[in-house]
Design a protein around this ligand. Structure first.
Ligand code: FUC
Length: 800
């Protein structure tokens, strides 16, 4: 989609002005600029990493602690992975596959799972961790006391600011990470000339050394660690250069010394030797040096202006106002600690926009996809290696991208999928003797696609297929045929793999995956062992139904692969259908397993994939399945992990149950799940919950599936009045809404593609365009259908 489709924002904003104006009376969200809804702020320095504030430009990230005597900037560069290029595929796997399958057909699960553990896992059977680069620490001499402290992250500009008074001088320090200039920028000013004095030095837990890199610059050079027998091969360099007005700057053995300056701009540049998953031969000094030189030639104000403009081009496309209250004036950590979302609706809006901020900051080109921690990681051995877990977490990261009007942030994900189609073709051939490509439940910087982490977790062949559906979602939102053509070979490769490897279940006659499992959930204790291995779990069937469907539609749109389309359609019709089990639940497996299996309290609820992100289960189109999905959610309970709660918001919103969706959102925003810096807590920090939460709020306010755009489908009582601007719906629509008393007061929809629009609302609406009535049909009182024109605005008002 071209950018100008997104830049005609002024029109829409003016268009909704009247409604937004009247809204201000009931929800003066912008009443308190200091405590404005788009700022995270604190009245003290961060004492811990989960209090520090993240900045990022996709490739580079920093956690800013905002200290007074010392400022810590914990630095990340998004290609620093332990180990080096590696083919994880296991050549012994193929010979074991028929026997694993046979054991599964015979319900000899323990034997099957053991054999898979022995022969079918990758080599090594664990993937590599994403790693920290290091810290830059600034040390400021002076009194221990300080006053008038404030630290904030302004989401509208992606700039953090810390300000305080110390020894009678007001100091102000801004930090941001610039995508256009590929540097982290720190600017320290004081209200009294000559009072900026500090020393700065790099440290790192990596094998590394520090040095002076010139009169005004210092360097950190290092290499990532060995892991699992793989030699650490990602070499990196970080540079920091000080530019001062007044005073003096020098270096001494890797320490940067600034004395008596009026103000200082510190540029931090980072580069690595990682060029791709198969090439670590880059020159980190060249990369870091190039960006530093380019940025160094530009005044601070220019760097900042370029950064803010670049960021706002994305961030500024969308507004959300859910109302405000006195709580909005509190520091952010105190708002979270109150545990009272009901009386702080602005906190949900802030969380929403923080999710968008995190996506823009962690998933931009140039740069790699957002991993389990986005890009922010202070460890050599982070939880779950901070890699890409693709049985839920990585996909969840990208749920809000298209609907929250940040579709370009998906590009790094698409680059990842391209890599996986290469390594996954190797895995398909080596381990399955199959065409196409496959990815299991995790991948890392080396784009491992073989099963890892024990068969119980790893033998699940559908990760790549799910990722392919993100490519299709991109098309559904944008109608961008050029990109669809570019992505089509990836989708085709995934379909090829399954056409080649699906097995006819000798008992049921259905076409199923074998071996596979319902992610991370055991269905029996077999021989004293919890077994997950099985054939044709529900999630696989749901994903493949959509994959084959998407392939069919895409191939038709592009006018290609007619023969394979027919094969995919045939395979699709032979998959196990969604089934309702003995407890009235959606069956998680092909068989209606009883006992512990059916009553599992796992945080994974993979068999509701068809409810969200899929749309095979829908209260309107398949009410029986929707009732069963509700039952599944009730049975599953509230078992932990931020991402699991976040997924549940989306599920309940899709079931059109506003109170239940809202309850999960409230729980997600409790201190147990949301850190003081608003990072989602699995615990520990895992960014998927942030993104899943943003997605969930979207699904409460706007849904677009089943060929309908549904306005305010699950609006909770806690948000009686509010407005949104710039939400995106499938079919190429952009939606602005305001509501009051829980009911739509105004809406405006822009059609980018000129598609037919079916609109569902809570009460009948009248549609006009340019002040003139628009011809609509009304198949139901609350549904209007209209043929839209490309680039045209449609206004909605409640029918008299
Ligand atoms: C799966 C989940 C965990 C965690 C990890 C990254 O193993 O079960 O909760 O999210 O991925």
């Amino acid at each position: 989609m071209s950018n100008d489709g997104y830049t005609r924002r002024g029109v829409l904003k003016t268009g909704l002005g009247a409604a937004a104006g009247s809204l201000l009376v009931t929800t003066p969200a912008h009443a308190s600029p200091a405590a404005g809804p788009l700022k995270l702020w604190y009245d003290r320095p961060a004492a811990a990493w989960l209090e520090a504030l993240p900045v990022g430009c996709g490739r580079l990230g920093a956690m800013v602690f905002g200290g007074v005597a010392t400022e810590r900037l914990q630095l990340n560069e998004d290609s620093i992975w332990a180990g080096g290029p590696h083919d994880y595929d296991n050549p012994e796997a193929l010979a074991a596959l028929p026997e694993i399958r046979r054991l599964v057909w015979e319900d000899k699960w323990q034997a099957a799972q053991n054999l898979a553990d022995e022969k079918f896992l990758g080599k090594p059977s664990e993937q590599a961790p994403y790693q920290v680069l290091g810290d830059l620490t600034l040390t400021f001499p002076g009194a221990a006391e300080f006053t008038e402290y404030r630290r904030e992250l302004d989401l509208s500009r992606a700039v953090t600011t810390v300000t305080y008074v110390r020894d009678g001088v007001r100091h102000t320090r801004e930090v941001f990470a610039s995508n256009p200039d590929q540097v982290v920028v720190v600017r320290h000013t004081a209200d009294k000339p000559g009072s900026v004095t500090f020393q700065a030095a790099f440290t790192s837990p990596q094998a590394s050394s520090t040095s002076s890199a010139g009169r005004d610059s210092i360097a950190l050079d290092g290499v990532s660690t060995d892991t699992q027998g793989l030699k650490g091969e990602v070499r990196f360099r970080a540079l920091a250069r000080a530019r001062t007005r007044g005073g003096a700057v020098r270096t001494d053995g890797g320490t940067l010394i600034v004395e008596g300056a009026d103000e200082v701009t510190l540029l931090i540049s980072m580069g690595s030797s990682y060029r791709s998953y198969k090439d670590v031969g880059g020159d980190p000094a060249e990369v870091a040096g190039r960006h530093l030189t380019r940025a160094g030639g530009q005044p601070y104000e220019v760097l900042k202006r370029k950064h803010v403009r670049d960021y706002q081009r994305l961030f500024g496309r969308l507004d959300i106002d859910l109302g405000t209250s006195e709580a909005a004036a509190l520091p952010t950590d105190q708002r979270i600690a109150r545990k009272q979302l009901d009386t702080d609706p602005g906190l949900a809006a802030l969380y929403y926009q923080f999710g968008r901020y995190l996506l823009i900051s962690s998933s931009r080109s140039p740069g790699y996809a957002a991993n389990l921690q986005g890009i922010w990681n202070d460890s050599l051995t982070p939880a779950w290696e901070s890699k890409y877990t693709i049985n839920i977490n990585c996909e969840m990261n990208y749920w809000p991208a298209a609907p929250a009007n940040l579709v370009e942030c998906m590009d790094p994900l698409f680059d990842l999928i391209k890599d996986l189609a290469e390594t996954g073709a190797r895995t398909a051939a080596t381990q399955y003797g199959a065409k196409g490509w496959v990815a299991h439940h995790n991948t890392d910087g080396w784009r491992g696609t073989a099963p890892v982490d024990f068969a119980f977790y790893g033998v699940w062949p559908t990760g790549g297929a799910w990722l392919c559906l993100m490519l299709w979602e991109h098309y559904l939102y944008t109608g961008d045929e050029r990109r669809l053509r570019e992505h089509f070979p990836l989708i085709k490769g995934s379909v090829e793999f399954f056409l080649d490897t699906l097995q006819t279940d000798p008992r049921s006659g259905y076409l199923v995956t074998n071996p596979s499992h319902s992610p991370e959930v055991g269905h029996h204790e077999d021989g004293g062992e919890n077994v997950s291995i099985c054939a044709g779990p529900t999630m696989d069937m749901q994903i493949l139904r959509d994959l084959f469907g998407a392939f069919g539609e895409a191939s038709e749109i592009l006018g290609v692969e007619a023969e394979m389309r027919a094969k995919a359609a045939d395979a699709r019709s032979r998959l196990v259908p969604n089934q309702i089990g003995h407890l009235g639940q959606i069956q998680e497996w092909q068989e209606d397993y009883r006992g512990d299996a059916a009553l599992s309290r796992s945080r994974h609820i993979s068999h509701l994939w068809g409810l969200f992100p899929g749309h095979q289960i829908d209260p309107r189109l398949s009410p029986d399945l929707a009732a069963a999905a509700r039952r599944t959610l009730e049975l599953r309970g509230e078992a932990g992990a931020g991402w699991s709660l976040a997924w549940k918001i989306n599920f309940w919103a899709r079931l059109l149950d506003a109170p239940e969706a809202y309850k999960r959102l409230s729980n997600l925003l409790l201190p147990a799940r949301t850190a003081p810096n608003m990072f989602d807590l699995h615990p520990p920090f895992q960014i998927d919950g942030n993104f899943g939460g943003t997605s969930g709020i979207t699904e409460m306010l706007l849904q677009s599936h089943g060929d309908q755009v549904h306005l305010l489908p699950a609006l909770p009582a806690a948000w009686p009045a509010g407005s949104i601007r710039g939400f995106r719906a499938r079919g190429g629509f952009e939606v602005d809404l305001s509501w009051s008393g829980g009911a739509l007061t105004r809406g405006r929809i822009r059609s980018d593609l000129g598609r037919r629009l079916t609109l569902r609302t809570g009460a009948p609406v009248t549609v006009t365009s340019g002040g003139r009535p628009v011809t609509v049909s009304r198949p139901e009182p609350n549904v209007v259908v209209l043929n839209t024109h490309r680039g045209t605005l449609y206004d909605l008002t409640p029918s008299p």
